[in-house]
Ligand binder design. Structure first.
Ligand code: AMP
Length: 213
């Protein structure tokens, strides 16, 4: 099964994608995660992408399309995937369409999570992450334990550069201008399921899975 999830940063795409992967035995293809891994490992791609990412800008299409073409060949996607973070604009959507056609892959559904900007800003600017185990916290809603130590035992909780308020505001602007036109693009292809992403995550998951029955 091949799926796509769209929504502003912090809408909960990653969480839903993870749950979908477990349920349908497919793999998550999250371009942000792949890029962050490349930045951490200081690969050629990571070095090229780093400054765009910390500024909350889109990494150039050419790099992203080359990356996705290679990534999709990984056998772990042979049973299906859920794309999270790609495409981010219309030219990436066209490139994806060609790529899927070439490989005879049919995109089942496109889920769109809708969350108002003020909620996104609060969610992301308060988000903290453990560098060791990747667990996420929120300064207000799910604060790290008092001594600042993660449950995994390490004290390496940090704020992503691109979660700082100004950058979040910029990322939302990029989403509104460049990514949100994709909703209409996929609506024309009759693939869109729009969901209120402020609901409980189990409810969101239920709506998604019901639409796949
Ligand atoms: P994400 O974790 O999906 O919010 O992605 C983090 C950052 O990675 C974004 O703000 C962009 O700088 C970059 N990025 C991820 N996916 C893409 C994409 N499809 N096109 C361009 N840049 C991307």
């Amino acid at each position: 099964m091949y799926l796509l999830i769209i929504g502003p940063p912090g809408a909960g795409k990653g969480t839903q994608a993870e749950m979908l992967c477990k349920k349908y035995n497919i793999s998550q293809l999250a371009t942000g995660d792949i890029l962050r891994k490349n930045v951490n490992e200081e690969t050629y791609l990571g070095k090229l992408a780093k400054s765009y990412m910390s500024a909350g800008k889109l990494v150039p299409d050419e790099l992203m399309i080359t990356m996705i073409k290679e990534e999709i060949l990984d056998p772990k996607y042979s049973n299906g995937f859920i794309l999270d973070g790609f495409p981010r604009n219309l030219s990436q959507a066209d490139a994806l369409c060609d790529l899927l056609n070439e490989r005879d892959i049919f995109l089942e559904k496109v889920f769109v999570l809708i969350v108002p900007n003020e909620i996104i800003i609060e969610r992301l600017s308060g988000r903290r992450i453990c560098r060791s185990c990747n667990r996420t916290y929120h300064v207000k809603y799910n604060p790290p334990p008092n001594n600042g130590e993660c449950d995994c035992g390490k004290s390496d909780i940090f704020q992503r550069d691109d979660d700082k308020v100004d950058t979040v505001v910029h990322r939302l602007d990029v989403y509104d201008k460049q990514t949100s036109p994709l909703i209409e693009y996929y609506r024309k292809k009759n693939k869109v399921v729009e969901i209120d992403g402020t609901q409980d995550l189990k409810k969101v998951f239920e709506i998604i899975t019901d639409s796949l029955k």
